[in-house]
Ligand binder design. Sequence first.
Ligand code: ADP
Length: 484
Amino acid sequence: KPLNLKDPSLLETRAYVNGCWVENDTTFAVTNPANGEVVAHVADLDVADTRAAIDAAYDAKAGWAEWTGKERAAVLRKWFDLMVENVDDLATILTAEMGKPWPEARGEILYGASFIEWFAEEAKRVYGDVIPGHQRDKRIVVLKQPVGVVGSITPWNFPNAMIARKVAPALAVGCTFVARPAELTPLSALAMAVLAERAGIPAGAFNVIPSTDAAGVGQELCANEKVAKITFTGSTRVGKILMRQCSDTIKKMSLELGGNAPFIVFDDADLDAAVEGAMIAKFRNNGQTCVCANRIYVQAGVYDAFAAKLKERVQALNVGDGFAEGVTTGPMINEAAVKKVEAHIADALEKGAEVIEGGARSDLGGTFFQPTVLTGVTPDMVVSREETFGPLAPLIRFEDEDDVVRLANDSEFGLAGYFYSRDIGRIWRVGERLETGMVGVNTGLISTEVAPFGGIKQSGLGREGSKYGCDDFLEIKYMCLGGI
Ligand code: ADP
């Protein structure tokens, strides 16, 4: 049945290349993970189409870079306004293709839009530098220039915001952009393009190429000499493939990869606040975010109390179709995602953990899964080492600060980390020692456009958002003026 949209033209199924809406004989079905129903059939582009989109972005880049920062700011601001005006429809499209509860989808649209607003503002402030010369007749000037064409590959878990975080700074500084959205969620990306066109973003500056050929399109974006930079959010496994493929042309890269976030509750924590933070850090988006708490370490003195309180809060979650009233937790994205959660639970139980809440598929069937809490989890279990990406909270008991920091850092990942404590000395010590790009202290929610989002170790390269967010899309050029 058709989606209930105020503006049905936002449900676009054609690709957007060089300012044109491109049909294709070959299409692929986008399905609603809550019920398996087909939402739409979308144009399925191939490698030759990808090349055409890259050519369009390449041809558009000089013109777009010539716009003043203030001119680019104006159209980006208009794009932001249109996203906010259409938030309900954009959320409906998002929930239909991805499954998250509609109010949460609305939150994602506003979060994504906030990056467009932020970078619209930053577009006017791409300042260079003047450096005192090293000789009497010399002056040194530093220019910041757009890197050029940016190729983007994004995942399904934030179909709008992952693209917004990348395209906003890229366009703000004068780059042009080719986006290949995840094949599970292309509709949100195409809806963004509808609004980008309405906002006046010129032809070729923003292109969206839906495709089921992830590897082929990815390879083309990485190998094509006209692409200056790849920005990717997704698994560390695919990030490594892309990095290899980019080596031949020495492309710049931003990589926002997997995480395995530790969430630590010390004895001196405000326990209710810690439970609240764990609910957000673990169960937001049904556990399907790269900054989700993956390992929850609780100090021995508060372990049982924390487990009991968390169990109670998890029991109150309401699993169901994201369009239904009062639902807090949608379906998982697909069967493979459910199987991974099941495997992590089975392995933990085999090694001595205990399910105190949930633990199995929901009666609703499909890919619905009961939010789960495990106690008695130990570092040797798979769930302590691998990103679960699902609604599973494993509780690991620890005794002292040094031990837990060592455990928390014993991972090849380093995206987000969280801890709860009220001791100012401990807050500084642990905050400094956690090997992650982001640390939430007494909060389970750290994502905002005003702060730099990104990871260290194998969680990635570069930062998205904040005053640092433009840097990843800029080249520094230095001019030495002689004979003065
Ligand atoms: P996730 O588990 O979040 O889906 P992936 O890394 O598998 O993480 O996928 C992230 C994005 O990368 C998706 O859009 C996916 O289609 C795409 N992708 C998967 N494999 C490749 C590949 N070999 N080359 C380029 N992109 C890929």
